[in-house]
Design a protein around this ligand. Structure first.
Ligand code: IMP
Length: 415
């Protein structure tokens, strides 16, 4: 671990290399203890990670997976879109378990607010998309697209605006009434002005001291060890992903740095996280998607159901060109390959190598047919499992440093 930490340096990012749900939370959990600041930069409550609090599993959407580590400063950065009632629920859940995160929670005043009406707009837009060829995106319906749309249209509301309404006497209701006319005209959706106002008031009451201008967040981060927790993943990036079947934020490390206002030269390492196979929720291309038996096997062994929506994930095999692409986009310094054990019973493991005449060309690697669950040292892995991981290293040019061998915190090989 010490030599890995030395390699990672002061500012490290953990970024998904596929279509999300790679299991970034576990690496974050293991590494968080060694950093001072845990920061989320982009996205919103479309993310979902399971955290065990008070012996029970809970799904968190906004607070980073590293939040439970006592004494760590938690930052939600400027690139995020935040549904305040969801954030309050997560804070309340922690408080019920005697964890008061407020004194160490910092929210950029540049982050945008997600309103309830934007979730409705999300649903209306999905319905409209279903009427055209190409169909729905399969969004999480958390209002992410509409919130970023308003950000880009410069009609969004930011956390810093709450000071204007609740501290400086601004007229919130007339602002919301204007918004009502605006979304009504565009989407035939109407705002529940009183409910939206109450959501903001309740949130401000609890969060007012957490909302800070970016320069003060940069002061907090100055010279400290920062772990950046990526959300969604590279192939869902608004620019470089499989558009239009993507999310609405920049999900690469460049997006994360922009979302936090951190200068790129401060980054010392970037861990790419990929499953030993591949999954996707929502629509869009998935060249190596498995069919029939294999699809079901991977889903059942891997527990592949969406944390945010409960939807069954589409399952398939690794596609090396995607890993190479993600590694280039993000400059991965290390791989975390997760859920190796899910492949334990496969006879052969197909790995997509590229396309020829419109068909995926596979290389078939021999399976290992032995349990790898809970193995913590690379040398103890079956030879074919070692070979599989070395194959990923060779084909992508990035060393595999962390290998997940089960859901537990300790079920990880650190190489
Ligand atoms: P949206 O981000 O809710 O607009 O959804 C756009 C696409 O991104 C859909 O295919 C979602 O399933 C996918 N997506 C968004 N967030 C996540 C995530 O955290 N994990 C996996 N897929 C996600």
């Amino acid at each position: 671990m010490d030599s890995l930490l030395q390699q990672l340096g002061h500012v490290s990012a953990v970024i998904g290399a596929q279509w999300g749900d790679e299991g970034k939370g576990k690496a974050i959990d293991i590494l968080s203890g060694h950093f001072d600041v845990i920061a989320r930069a982009c996205g919103g409550a479309n993310a979902g990670h399971t955290i065990v609090v008070g012996g029970k599993k809970h799904v968190f959407h906004l607070l980073p997976a590293g939040s439970l580590h006592e004494g760590k400063t938690v930052i939600l950065g400027s690139g995020m879109v935040i549904h305040l009632p969801t954030l309050l629920e997560e804070i309340a859940l922690l408080r019920k378990n005697d964890i008061d995160i407020i004194p160490r929670l910092l929210l950029s005043d540049e982050a945008h607010i997600v309103f309830d009406y934007q979730k409705e707009v999300d649903a209306v837009m999905e319905e409209r998309r279903s009427q055209k060829s190409g169909g729905k995106i399969g969004t999480t319906k958390r209002g992410i697209g509409p919130a970023y749309m308003e950000k880009a249209a410069r009609t969004g509301m930011r956390l810093g605006d709450l000071h204007r309404f609740f501290r400086d006497g601004g007229d919130l209701r007339s602002e919301l009434a204007w918004r009502n006319g605006f979304v009504g005209a565009l989407f035939s959706v109407s705002l529940n002005v009183e409910q939206e106002a109450r959501n903001l008031e309740d949130a401000y009451e609890i969060l007012k001291d957490c909302i800070r201008p970016l320069p003060s967040l940069l002061d907090v981060m100055e010279g400290r060890r920062i772990l950046i927790e990526g959300a969604q993943a590279s192939l869902l990036d608004i620019d470089h992903g499989t558009y239009p079947y993507v999310t609405s934020s920049a999900t690469t490390v460049a997006g994360a740095l922009q979302g936090l206002g951190l200068a790129p030269r401060l980054l010392s390492s970037c861990i790419g996280v990929a499953k030993a196979y591949c999954t996707r929720v929502g629509s869009g291309t998935f060249l190596t998607e498995a069919k029939g038996d294999a699809d079901n096997r991977l889903r059942e062994r891997g527990g592949e159901y969406g944390a945010t929506t409960g939807r069954p994930r589409r399952c398939g095999w690794l596609y090396i060109p995607d890993l190479v692409f993600s590694a280039r986009l993000n400059g991965f310094t290390n791989w975390n390959i997760t859920k190796l054990d899910v492949l334990d019973e496969e006879d052969i493991i197909p790995v997509g190598m590229g396309e020829e005449n419109g068909k995926v060309r596979y290389e078939e690697l021999p399976g290992w047919k032995k349990s790898t669950v809970g193995i913590t040292s690379f040398d103890k892995l079956p030879e074919n499992a070692q070979h599989f991981l070395q194959f990923i290293e060779t084909k992508t040019g990035v060393p595999v440093s962390l290998i997940g061998t089960g859901p537990g915190r300790e079920q990880m090989i650190i190489k």
